[in-house]
Design a protein around this ligand. Sequence first.
Ligand code: IPE
Ligand code: IPE
Ligand code: MG
Length: 253
Amino acid sequence: MAFESELLALRREVMEASVPRHVALIMDGNGRWAEARGQPRVAGHREGSESVRAVTREARRVGVEALTLYAFSAQNWERPEDEVEALMDLLREYLLKERAELWDNQIRLQAAGDVERLPERVLGPLRELSAHTATQPTKMTLTLALSYGSREEIVQAARRIVEEGLAASQIDEEAVAARLWTAGLPALDLLVRTGGERRISNFLLWQAAYAELGFVETSWPEFRERELLLCVREFQRRERRFGKTSAQLRGEV
Ligand code: IPE
Ligand code: IPE
Ligand code: MG
C-alpha cells in the first residue's frame, strides 16, 4: 500500500512539471542480474522484457511522446550464438504478445537499426506490428533499436546522401537527421543507462548531442515504473542551457 501511494505521488509530481518529449534507455545489466542469482543470462533477458512492458506503460501514462529502447546492438551479434538465438526468441515473443496492449494504448511501434539482419521470425512480426500500429492516431512512438549502431547509422546516412545526389550546399543538420534511423522523432531529451556502466556503447551519438544523461546502478530487470519516474524527476530539476547562461534563460539579459 505504502509503495502504491508513493508511486502515485511520484507520478503526480512528475506530471505537474514538463515531461521530456523523447526518452531513450540503454537497457543494460540483464546478464549480471541473472548471474548474481545463480541463473542463466537468458533469465535476465526474460525478466527484462517485463521491465519493457512496465516502463512503456508508465512512459505513455505520464505523456512521453517518444520512447526509444536499446534492445540489441550491432555489436551484440558477436555474442555466443545461443544467447543471440534466445534474444531473438524473446523479441518474437514480445512482438506477438504486445499487439493488443500497444494498440489499446495508441502506441506506435517502429524499429531503428539494420533490421534486415534480423531473422525472419522476428522481422515478420516486426513489420506486421509496425504496419498495424501505424494505422491509428498515435499517443506515443515506441522505437526498438535493433541491430542498431550509431556509427553504422551515420555511415548509412552519408551513403544515402551520396546516392540521392545532394549538392554540398544541401547538406545541413536537417539533411543528415532526416536520413538517420530515428528520423521523424522529436529531439532526444533524456538518455538513461541502467546497470551501472557509464558509457554510450554506440547508441544515439548524433541524437544525444544535447540530451541530459542519466546513469543508474539499478539493473534493467529491476528498473520499473518508479525508477523511470525518478529519472524523469531528476531531469526536471536540471537546467538545460544549450550554450546560453542561466541569466539569459531567466530572461534577465
Ligand atoms: C543488456 O543486458 C541486454 C542486451 C545487451 C541485449 P546485458 O546482456 O548486456 O547484461 P550484462 O551487461 O551482461 O549484465
Ligand atoms: C548495450 O549494452 C546494448 C544494449 C543494451 C542493447 P552492452 O552490454 O552490449 O554494452 P557493452 O558491450 O557493455 O558496452
Ligand atoms: Mg551489458
